[in-house]
Ligand binder design. Sequence first.
Ligand code: ADP
Ligand code: TRP
Length: 322
Amino acid sequence: MKRILSGIQPSGQLHIGNYFGMMKTMISNMETSDLYVFIVDLHALTSVHDKERLGQGTLEAAADFLALGLDPDRCTFWVQSDVPEVCELMWVLSTLTPMGLLERCHSYKDKVAKGIAASHGLFSYPVLMAADILLFQSEIVPVGKDQKQHLEVARDIAIKFNNSFGETFVVPEPAISESTAIVPGLDGQKMSKSYGNTIPIFLEGKPLRKKVMSIQTDAIPVEEPKDPEKCNLYALLKLFAPAEQLAEIHELYVNGGAAYGYIKQDLYELVQDYFTDARTKKKELLANQDYLREILHKGANKARGKAVETLDLVRNRVGLTY
Ligand code: ADP
Ligand code: TRP
């Protein structure tokens, strides 16, 4: 069984880009892989400096995964900061990470351009991510396209370490599903918590409808043909609509007659239905936070066993022994 690992930041409400880009793939891999799923609160500290928000966001992200179908008995599911070995590994890795490798990372530059403080933590974010991946000897890492470069950094670091100190780390492969590589947000840019353009997974009723109605579209008149592949609304619809309904709407785009207001109403209803069961489950989970904490603590113990094993090997390889 392949070891598959991925993490998500608890830096805001999880959205349908997170769901289709990463969570859904992870959950569907539960039966057929050795699955590692975790909530990266140490990474979220690069953008969230608010105790309540970070703590609550972490519990909520855990509830989201479980509500969407993750079974903690069939995977290892934990919170990053509960396995502190990752910080020690990060330090060791950072001593062989070339500055140039990090200077080339788009994500750092994009985040700074969006107003996130240019801290040392934000700059070295990819090294902590490499430590996350290598600590668990992960073979496959499902992520959205925006994380591809970070995966390349993790691979470079693993190869460099193996060349310097002898075969130690598995060199991980990214898994990026083309159809959901980049889910667009309300404004057509990548949907992202830090861009304020998301449709949160667990939004419902009026607030959900309002979000869907605010999706930006072009000003081409209803009766004129439009290219569905260039339309942000259609890209979102594709994720939810059954084949038949999608084919009908596709026809309207191509032949004229696609009224964005009606299509948005369809999308609203589809999203509302798609997550109905998960919404109920999430409410139940959040009403029993001690149960959530217990699951996460158990998961951390499980993860730590593997982490200590790898870290012992690393300490030996580099000479942190006497
Ligand atoms: P955000 O950009 O909202 O902060 P994260 O960086 O926490 O999201 O991403 C968590 C996971 O979800 C990553 O694997 C990321 O690639 C994926 N992801 C985030 N946004 C999208 C998107 N719009 N489309 C596809 N995948 C996404
Ligand atoms: N950087 C990832 C993101 O923003 C989250 C993350 C942290 C991650 N560590 C990871 C993803 C390890 C995969 C594997 O989405």
